[in-house]
Design a protein around this ligand. Structure first.
Ligand code: TYM
Length: 336
């Protein structure tokens, strides 16, 4: 039996942050040799909210380069750009026509983002989970490694695939493979540096709320210095009244590669004045090799383009096969 297939992606909306890295990309890298992996820069998703046309292409290249810099290995993985493969948009349309609209209206992220957009909510924002389902289903993915915030979208993807198979499959035929989410417990939900009850997010207006993978050492030190803490002496995990403390200790554990128990013991008697420089230093050291590799990749634009070109070729062949299967099942005539 061949390896199981993995598909995942990140939106090219500005810089990636530690939530994206620890919740998703780190897991892609650690698991990649076990699977046949497809990692996509999901630039069609990036225009579901108002976007900057002047930076979209550059941001797309940045994210692809960061995949490589974080350790995605082309011997195991294919990297490509979503908008380079028309099958993503086409399957979205086909799936739209069998997805009940109330399934989409129930999505938590839609409700949250719609509130932020006020009156300018686009149809694309509502439809975004169907595009995500198309991304996954096109590649017959067995596993989808994501952070906790994408869990509901994965459940929707499974529901859409099951509905399609039920309506258009002959007997028990699985035309669309039903994927499993792959969500690790540690790092699945990294919280904001300025509010331990809110997710670290690219759309938070405050830069101080997140550490970006490409932040300079000075910027990291400043953000950690200014992050929200409390006035309790000693540091511990799991105190519901100390969400910031729990989040910062968790970040330190993940960045230092230590277990929760090791960090709990190491930090039990520390004050913030001792812990913050330790966290900042650990983050700087962990990101340094990623930043160095990122710079090397970006300095060789021809190489990056060749990675994306061969990624597109490989991904497109898989995607087009699934799309044909879906169109056959729906009863479409063959193109002449
Ligand atoms: P996006 O671009 O918002 O986030 C990319 C990945 O990072 C994870 N993540 C986090 N994990 C832990 N803590 C956080 N604070 C945090 N913030 C983000 C996300 O869970 C995600 O895994 N719709 C998706 C992109 C997408 C996709 C796909 C993913 C499009 N098609 C197909 C998987 C498969 C999104 O907007 O992720």
């Amino acid at each position: 039996m061949g390896k199981q297939r993995v598909l995942s992606g990140v939106q090219p909306t500005g810089n990636l942050h530690l939530g994206n890295y620890l919740g998703a990309i780190r897991n892609w890298v650690e698991g990649q040799s076990q699977y046949d992996n497809f990692f996509c820069v999901v630039d069609l998703h990036a225009i579901t909210v108002p976007h900057n046309r002047a930076t979209l292409a550059a941001d797309t290249y940045t994210v692809a380069a960061l995949y490589l810099a974080c350790g995605i290995d082309l011997d195991h993985s294919t990297i490509f750009v979503q908008s380079h493969i028309p099958a993503h948009s086409e399957l979205t349309w086909l799936l739209n026509c069998l997805t009940p609209i109330n399934w989409l209206e129930d999505m938590i992220q839609f409700k949250e983002k719609a509130v932020k957009q006020g009156e300018n909510v686009s149809t694309g924002l509502l439809d975004y989970p169907v595009l995500m389902a198309a991304d996954i289903l096109l590649y017959d993915a067995d596993r989808v490694p994501v952070g906790e915030d994408q869990k509901q979208h994965l459940e929707l993807t499974r529901d859409i695939a099951a509905r399609f198979n039920h309506l258009f499959g002959q007997k028990d035929e699985e035309i669309l493979k039903i994927p499993e989410p792959l969500i690790r417990t540690e790092g699945a939900r990294i919280m904001s540096l300025t509010d331990g009850t809110r997710k670290m997010s690219k759309s938070d207006p405050s830069e101080l709320s997140r550490i970006n993978l490409l932040d300079s050492p000075d910027a990291i030190a400043k953000k950690v210095k200014r992050c929200k803490t409390d006035s309790v002496r000693g540091l511990s995990f799991d105190d519901p009244d100390r969400p910031e403390c729990h989040n910062l200790l968790g970040l330190y554990a993940l960045l230092a590669g230590k277990t929760k128990a090791e960090v709990a013991a190491e930090c039990a008697d520390m004050g913030w004045g001792q812990f913050k420089p330790l966290l900042a230093e650990t983050a700087i050291e962990r990101l340094k090799p990623i930043q160095e590799r990122y710079k090397a990749v970006m300095d060789d634009r021809g190489y990056l383009e060749s990675v994306l070109r061969s990624g597109r070729e490989k991904a497109e062949a898989v995607a087009n096969r699934t799309l044909s299967r879906v169109k056959d099942a729906l009863g479409y005539s063959k193109p002449l």
